[in-house]
Design a protein around this ligand. Structure first.
Ligand code: ZN
Length: 301
């Protein structure tokens, strides 16, 4: 069972570090031509994406320095306990995040991934995106084969009947119109629970919640199984906008690497020298990814 954790992410990886050992000290390569050679032959590519890809589109993450919505960081609002205590406040937070997405667009990294999937599919080759991002920017960029391991801002789940539905309404309900301002001195709207988003299944009318994986909740078993299947069969793995030591890639990339399959990181962070991964391309993924995934000279039209 995999529970979404916010702290101690590095613990997942602790067993990988060999104390004082030299075995795994080789630095990953940043040789783009060598990556392209492997890429040109790969038939089944897994692309794990994280917050960095969204950040390059200006999507706020509500984590770290300056990452507050009113007085809170995401982990204080994105939990079943917070929702039980104050569903109005949590819905204001998610309403704000949904509305913000109307002003954001996929960036060159999203577009390069989507274009690559479409191009390779015509050659009988497969690309799967495994993302922790809930903003649907991969979808909007045109990616089809996406596993959203943390759900989506644009899906709801009924607390009563469990029904999940896509929901792109703006505002999601009348009572939230104009609410959700992020400034620290904004007062809670204190919307009565019956006026929050409600289930539209016949005879239900239960309270809806965002269909995202909150802190302390388990990941969807079906999506996780599908992700495992991709990771167990891929012949190339890209980790984009997140480090391989940081969740969620820390959960997935090692199982690819132990099979001897090349893993390539594209991110802004330095990689510990102990990493066994083959490639690391430093910089904004909107800059590094497009040339890496562009048509290779050996690809047929
Ligand atoms: Zn319902």
């Amino acid at each position: 069972m995999i529970v979404r954790q916010f702290t101690c992410r590095a613990v997942l990886f602790a067993h990988w570090r060999k104390p004082g050992g030299r075995k795994a000290m080789a630095r990953p390569s940043s040789d783009l031509a060598a990556f392209r050679e492997i890429f040109s032959k790969a038939k089944n590519i897994a692309i794990i994406t994280g917050a960095g890809v969204s950040a390059e589109s200006g999507v706020p993450t509500f984590r770290g320095a300056g990452g507050y919505w009113r007085k809170w960081e995401a982990q204080e609002l994105a939990s079943p306990e917070a929702f039980a205590r104050n569903p109005s406040r949590v819905w204001e937070f998610y309403h704000y995040r949904r509305e913000v997405m109307l002003t954001k667009d996929p960036n060159p990294a999203h577009l390069a991934i989507a274009e690559c999937e479409e191009r390779l599919s015509k050659q009988g080759r497969k690309v799967t995106v495994i993302t922790q991002n809930i903003d649907e920017l991969h979808h909007r960029a045109g990616s089809k084969n996406i596993l959203e391991i943390h759900g989506s801002l644009f899906k709801t789940r009924c607390m009563t009947c469990g029904h999940e539905a896509a929901n792109y309404k703006s505002p999601i309900c009348a009572a939230l119109e104009g609410k959700g301002a992020p400034d620290p001195d904004t007062r809670d709207a204190e919307i009565p629970v019956q006026n929050l988003p409600r289930c539209e299944q016949t005879g239900c009318h239960g309270l809806l919640r965002p269909a995202v994986v909150w802190f302390g909740e388990t990941l969807d078993a079906d999506i996780l199984t599908r992700a495992e299947k991709v990771l167990d069969s891929c012949d190339l793995c890209l980790v984009v906008g997140t480090s391989s030591v940081v969740y969620p890639a820390a959960m997935f990339a090692p199982q690819v690497a132990v099979r001897g399959v090349p893993v390539a990181e594209f991110n802004m962070e330095n990689t510990p020298a102990t990493m066994r991964f083959k490639f690391h391309f430093h910089g904004p993924c909107g800059t590094t990814l497009p040339p890496a995934l562009a048509r290779h000279e050996t690809e047929q039209e």
